[in-house]
Design a protein around this ligand. Structure first.
Ligand code: UT7
Length: 398
């Protein structure tokens, strides 16, 4: 892949806080690193709250279609009163969630799965974009809960008829759609005629991995999918679509939200006493809600300002704030810190709960189709979650 990132302005920051003392910093620290034609400065910053960060200016691609899909089955807050010690009043007032959609087990699901939701969302986005499936060059499915551990993107691409595309999954939890969109944007921006059209899907079914005895987390999550089609048209592409972005990750915060591997012993009858291998499954989702809440309200305003800087724009240019749909209180706090009125928040959280990688495109799709977002509107998007990972993209619709 050609790495001449024409618009790349990158700075890698390393936290020097007590938490990170044991971390071995990159050998490139303090040096200029050549990426294609760009000299990228890798610097140490005592002020940095994150381990690493990359910002990028306008990417030459438009966002020309969106779509979404959610499972049929609804679980309301009142339903959850029978599951854990909670109340509709507590969940609504502390999170803004009223109900969530969930995938059922096997035959009960009536054929619904992560793959079918992802394909339905992508198919609606394709229809809006008017791009033929065979003209799609790249399919990225951002998910942490694929139907198949080896990835769902190839099956999704096949079911859409994207026969001329390369397809792969991307795991960045609730930041997945945002990271996937910037990744696709880099492909489109940097590869001229090789990659002209891309579909990015965010799809998750965290209901499969929740601890339904843990009232701190089981009330939050729902399942769904959302998708966007990005395209190079050759006409003023850098004035619409992704105008600026900033992505961060910090593995030192990994413990705050995780769903780790869990093995059970499996003896394989090799000569002698055999070999005890590990038979795989995963733990239930484990989250330190308070810490994730603090992390989100601290980092999201900063990352949005970084993306605005990269786009050479200011908060006054923003028509809509579209955050990962995790908690309405997070969205309102971030809006307040950015000086944006609540009316500029795009949210459908009350109907779907936190759908992880799906939440941003699902809300964007509904906002575009309802006419809330109009051609030329600037949307400050931000995702955040496990990893820890977080990022922002400033998008101009149309
Ligand atoms: O996509 C990943 C990103 N994840 C997030 O963004 C999650 C961020 N965190 C949050 O949204 C919030 O921290 C939660 C919604 C998870 C929790 O809300 P909170 O306002 O931070 O509640 P808390 O943890 O401070 O708990 C307050 C009280 C506690 O009781 P005590 O100790 O004060 O007696 C909890 O045990 O509320 C209790 N509580 C509940 N009560 C009724 C916690 N969960 C529930 C519940 N129903 N479901």
């Amino acid at each position: 892949m050609n790495l001449s990132y024409s618009s790349l302005v990158a700075t890698f920051l390393v936290t020097l806080g007590s938490q990170s003392q044991a971390f071995q910093p990159t050998p490139f620290l303090g040096k200029n690193v050549q990426i294609g034609s760009q000299a990228v400065n890798v610097s140490r910053s005592t002020k940095a709250a994150s381990l690493s960060m990359v910002t990028s200016g306008p990417l030459k691609c438009r966002v020309i279609g969106v779509g979404s899909a959610a499972p049929k089955t609804v679980i309301t807050n009142v339903d959850l009163e029978d599951v854990v010690e909670t109340s509709d009043e507590w969940i609504s007032s502390r999170t803004g969630i009223s109900q969530r959609r969930v995938l059922l087990h096997n035959e009960e699901a009536g054929g619904e799965s992560i793959k079918t939701l992802a394909a339905d969302a992508a198919s609606r986005a394709l229809e809006m974009s008017k791009v033929a499936p065979e003209d799609i060059d790249l399919v990225i499915v951002a998910t942490s809960s694929p139907d198949d551990m080896f990835g769902d993107a190839t099956s999704v691409a096949a079911s859409l008829g994207c026969v001329n595309s390369v397809a792969f999954d991307l795991t960045a939890a609730c930041s997945g759609f945002l990271f996937g969109s910037v990744t696709a944007g880099q492909f489109l921006d940097n590869n001229g005629n090789t990659y002209n059209n891309a579909i990015v899907v965010g799809a998750d079914a965290l209901s499969r991995w929740i601890d339904w005895d843990d009232r701190n987390s089981c009330i939050l999550f729902g399942d769904g999918a959302g998708a966007a089609v990005y395209s190079v048209t050759g006409e003023d592409d850098s004035k619409v679509g992704i105008l600026g972005s900033s992505l961060h990750s910090n593995g030192l915060g990994y413990e705050k939200l995780k769903c780790g591997y869990k093995g059970s012993p499996r003896t394989v009858a090799t000569p002698g006493d055999g070999t005890i291998l590990s038979e795989g499954s995963y733990e239930r989702l484990n989250m330190d809600g308070k810490e994730v809440y603090k992390f989100a309200t601290r980092e999201v305003p900063t990352v949005i300002n970084e993306a605005l800087d990269a786009a050479d724009m200011s908060i006054e240019d923003v028509d809509w704030l579209l955050l990962h749909q995790a908690n309405i209180r997070i969205m309102e706090t971030v809006a307040k810190r950015l000086g944006l009125p609540k009316e500029k928040i795009i949210t459908n959280l009350s109907q779907y709960g936190n759908t992880s990688a799906a939440s941003i495109p699902l809300a964007l799709d509904e906002a575009v189709r309802s006419g809330q977002v109009k051609e030329g509107d600037v949307i400050a998007c931000a995702g955040f979650g496990a990893g820890l990972s977080w990022g922002s993209a400033i998008m101009k619709w149309g």
